[in-house]
Design a protein around this ligand. Structure first.
Ligand code: SF4
Length: 198
């Protein structure tokens, strides 16, 4: 079972395969693994202790960033991840990032954004579309108000995390990439066009 895996200069942490979305471009549909990981499908979710144990086998100083990402939406494991971040902070100054679909508040049914303070240096949120209709078609969120909740989280999390990114994949039409840039400017986050598959 792969809990941590390196990819480029970063070390990634795979905590769950749960997700409330069904994105057209989800990497999970096209392969089982990323980077050095042959498979990111988990036979069961690792406990917080197992995640921490796995991380301790790594030389954190050898990586540029520690990223909670993997084959699922990490905020399903938010409280375990926060616990792990606190352990990491005790032994390393490695920058910590979470890649998320921005639905943490929906998933937990409460405002979890303040919990990110002091734990994360960067939060990267998948914007995916310039409007709700496109988002719903492209990502099929389980939550009816997924798009609005994601935008609201992207605004709010800037109070608690110094570096907030909104991203799209470069396989969407060029005019949509530009329309998303405008949405991102309005939110006040950094905009990133990700190469599909990275
Ligand atoms: S939010 Fe991420 S993990 Fe979930 S379906 Fe979309 S691309 Fe896949």
């Amino acid at each position: 079972m792969t809990i941590t895996y390196s990819y480029g200069k970063n070390l990634y942490v795979n905590t769950t395969n749960r997700c409330d979305m069904h994105c057209d471009f989800c990497l999970r549909q096209s392969g089982d693994g990323v980077g050095e990981a042959d498979s990111l499908w988990l036979e069961r979710e690792p406990t917080r202790e197992e995640i921490w144990e796995d991380l301790q086998k790594r030389d954190l100083n050898a990586f540029s960033e520690l990223v909670f990402c993997g084959y699922g939406e990490p905020t399903y494991r938010l409280h375990d991840i926060l616990w792990v971040c606190d352990r990491v902070r005790e032994i390393s100054s490695i920058p910590i990032r979470m890649d998320t679909n921005g639905h943490g508040n929906l998933i937990w049914g409460e405002d979890v954004a303040p919990l990110f303070r002091g734990r994360f240096d960067t939060v990267s949120i998948s914007l995916n579309a310039q409007d709700r209709e496109t988002y719903d078609r492209r990502c099929e969120p389980d939550y009816e108000n997924g798009y609005e909740a994601m935008l609201s989280f992207a605004k709010e999390i800037q109070t608690y995390v110094p570096h907030v990114v909104l991203s799209v994949v470069d396989c969407i039409p060029a005019e949509e990439i530009e329309a998303c840039r405008k949405v991102c400017e309005d939110i006040g986050a950094e905009y990133r066009v990700r190469v599909f598959g990275s």
